[in-house]
Design a protein around this ligand. Structure first.
Ligand code: SF4
Ligand code: SF4
Length: 369
């Protein structure tokens, strides 16, 4: 029955994409931003880095998702056919003190639940709890494969933090011998302070038995551009990737895509997405939506152009609104014009891999990008 429902939703989503102006099904994934505050200040963080001239105000950092409102919305998302909730933060989601209650509610409603975290607030008890709660995926954003590199790029943290995260993930590895959830992903953002650490990052992911390890080039703006990879550093990465591929990593990864992005960026562009957003349509308006801490609904991760607010309108109404349909129609065009100036499509698109995979499925005979 569930498989049948998923199949029908998929067909309706595809029909919506062909229509180009409307959605006939709910989004597949809704990302919920729980809190703005973070306990770290990673050097290339676009929000919390100490290297940024314009700092966020305390008032902004103190914002968090209203629990009762988001609980109601999650029930609605389940009713309209959303498949998964991605809990995230413009900071660290484990700082949200109702996180456990929220995961329970999401799972009760039959939705998949994934979390992106920096891993620093994990401990033995929380790891056991996450497994009991049947969390589906834990994505740990680490950016280092050893304690030294970790402390170099996380001001105010020592190698002990890295060791503590590692111990928690090794504990998860043990627990997963009898129960394979949650799936574990290690996410690594690469820039000029950690580019020599890639093989250790893979080794680390293998050691903790992660299900997936991913790499991306840091998308750096303003003062953070001083952390961009130089030409020589990119060439060094390509040499090390060759060696890594020879040894055939045992873990699932996106190294091929990362290698392509590095080669592309050798021509002067620092983009992980290889300029793809302006070569193909964007389908985010059919499969994705984001709710920020204020309850604003956004059609894409980067966007700062709310389509409505869940505090005064139902999600369904916002999802099918004229404004959302306008986004769909314009995003489906290959060239992302002035409407998208706040979305940073032309600088950094976080959803291009998903967009590219849909594009390839819908255009099997077009030249590969
Ligand atoms: S953990 Fe994430 S949100 Fe926090 S400072 Fe680092 S990159 Fe920014
Ligand atoms: S950044 Fe642009 S291309 Fe990427 S998902 Fe957002 S709107 Fe679509």
């Amino acid at each position: 029955m569930i498989a049948h429902k998923v199949f029908v939703t998929q067909i309706l989503r595809t029909l919506g994409i062909f229509n180009g102006k409307k959605a006939f099904s709910a989004p597949e994934t809704v990302q919920i931003i729980l809190i703005n505050n973070c306990n770290l200040n990673c050097v290339v963080c676009p929000i919390h880095s100490d290297h940024l001239k314009q700092k966020k105000e305390l008032k902004w950092k103190q914002k968090k998702q209203d629990f009762e409102t988001i609980k109601k919305v999650i029930s609605e998302l389940s009713e309209i056919g959303v498949k998964e909730i991605l809990l995230n933060a413009d900071g660290e989601p484990f700082l949200y003190n109702q996180l456990k209650k929220l995961i329970i509610h999401i799972k009760l409603k039959g939705l998949k639940c994934n979390i992106i975290t920096n891993g620093t607030l994990l401990n033995k008890k929380k790891i056991e709890e996450l497994q009991k709660l049947k969390l589906d995926r834990l994505i740990v954003s680490l950016w280092a494969g050893d304690a030294k590199t970790y402390s170099d790029i996380h001001p105010e943290q020592t190698g002990k933090t890295f060791t503590k995260i590692k111990e928690c993930l090794l504990q998860l590895k043990e627990l997963k011998r009898t129960n394979r959830i949650p799936q574990l992903s290690i996410s690594n953002t690469i820039f000029n302070k950690n580019y020599e650490n890639i093989s250790q990052m893979i080794k680390f992911a293998e050691e903790i038995d992660s299900d997936y390890v991913e790499f991306r080039i840091a998308g750096l703006l303003h003062e953070l551009r001083k952390f961009e990879l130089s030409k020589h550093q990119k060439e060094t990465i390509l040499i090390s990737l060759k060696k890594i591929n020879k040894n055939k990593p045992t873990i699932k990864n996106n190294l091929q895509e990362f290698q392509k992005a590095i080669s592309f960026s050798l021509n002067g562009s620092h983009r992980m997405d290889r300029g793809i957003p302006n070569k193909i349509p964007c389908y985010a308006g059919w499969y994705y939506s984001k709710i920020d801490v204020d309850g604003n609904v956004h059609p894409c991760i980067n966007c700062n152009n709310p389509m409505g607010n869940i505090k005064n309108t139902s999600f369904k109404k916002i999802w099918h609104s004229k404004e959302y349909n306008k986004f769909r129609k314009l995003a489906k065009q290959k060239y992302k014009g002035s409407y998208f100036k706040n979305y940073l499509c032309n600088q950094h698109c976080c959803l291009y891999i998903k967009n590219l995979s849909i594009y390839k499925k819908l255009n099997p005979f077009k030249k590969q990008l």
